[in-house]
Ligand binder design. Structure first.
Ligand SMILES: NC(=O)c1ccc[n+]([C@@H]2O[C@H](COP(=O)([O-])OP(=O)(O)OC[C@H]3O[C@@H](n4cnc5c(N)ncnc54)[C@H](OP(=O)(O)O)[C@@H]3O)[C@@H](O)[C@H]2O)c1
Length: 265
């Protein structure tokens, strides 16, 4: 039999996990994993600014959340150039002020074979997957540290740890991202800013549209997990709220695998 949570239980859970009064910036928050994290942070009480290029995804995300009574806003910006990142950061603070939480979910994965990996693909991958998180960290991290509280969360990949399906530039960018999180933790965690990474397995999102359309490959990937299925964007909601909340104050510099056990199978 289930019973309604008592006020004491609600107060306890709220003290641990509530994001009320916090402001978050989520890059790539208009699609896939980033969109699920945006919804989770907003429903947990944060005011969330979503950053991506396409206005249709941005407005759909924000409209869904504001219809539920959440506070959300969007900024259309291209994070593939340094100027684009700087502009995005300045516009992102206009809605709700300086963020307490930064989530870097925007990412691209172009998978040319290594022999055909051009400098352009290398540069574009590094720009979105590694340079943008670095630049946004430089913009927002020192302010968080000065205020004595902050949460930085990056989305990495299995390919930061092992090479498969043409890891190429993508795997290198994600390896760098995990090291960046540790460097940021070294710098800012003594002043209350935790910096962590979520490591997905295979998640059915637009990023994987081509792979997702091959039922045999999808089934083979599901078999590589211990849970027996591929990931869903919603699987990231709980881990993101936890790592953005007061409950995770003593966890920093970590890579948390949200992968159904793929990495340990
Ligand atoms: N899906 C997986 O299996 C998987 C596995 C491991 C890691 N990841 C990582 O998880 C993160 C999210 O992936 P996802 O699967 O949720 O991908 P997704 O559904 O394709 O979403 C990517 C998001 O990034 C934004 N974005 C891409 N390029 C951008 C740019 N130049 N400037 C600004 N925004 C940009 C996209 O919006 P616009 O296109 O409108 O700009 C979109 O909001 C990525 O970092 C990815 O590497 C995913």
């Amino acid at each position: 039999m289930t019973t309604a949570a008592t006020p004491a239980t609600q107060a306890y859970l709220s003290e641990l996990f509530s994001l009320h009064g916090r402001t978050a910036v989520v890059t790539g928050g208009s699609s896939g994993i980033g969109r699920a994290i945006t919804g989770a942070l907003a429903r947990a009480g944060a005011s969330v600014v979503v950053v991506a290029r396409g206005e249709a995804g941005l407005t759909a995300t924000v409209e869904e959340l504001t219809a539920e009574g959440c506070r959300a806003a969007w900024v259309s910006a291209d994070l593939s150039t340094r100027e684009g990142v700087r502009t995005a950061a300045e516009r992102a603070v206009e809605a709700f002020g300086e963020p307490d939480i930064l989530v870097n979910s925007a990412g691209i994965n172009v998978r040319p074979p290594m022999d055909e990996l051009t400098e352009d693909v290398w540069d574009a991958t590094m720009a979105v997957n590694l340079d943008a998180p670095f630049l946004l960290g430089q913009r927002f991290g020192p302010g968080m540290a000065e205020r004595g509280h902050g949460r930085i969360l990056h989305i990495s990949s299995q390919q930061a740890h092992r090479a498969f399906v043409q890891s190429g530039a993508y795997g290198a960018s994600k390896g760098g991202l995990e090291s960046l999180a540790r460097s940021q933790a070294e710098a800012w965690s003594p002043r209350g800013v935790t910096c962590n990474v979520l490591v997905p397995g295979f998640v059915m999102t637009p990023l994987n549209a081509r792979l997702s359309s091959d039922p045999e490959k999808v089934a083979a990937l599901a078999e590589r997990t211990l849970i027996g299925r591929n990931g869903l964007a919603e699987d990231f909601a709980g881990a993101a709220v936890f790592l953005a909340s007061p409950a995770s104050a003593y966890i920093t510099g970590q890579a948390v695998f949200v992968d159904g056990g793929m990495s340990v199978h």
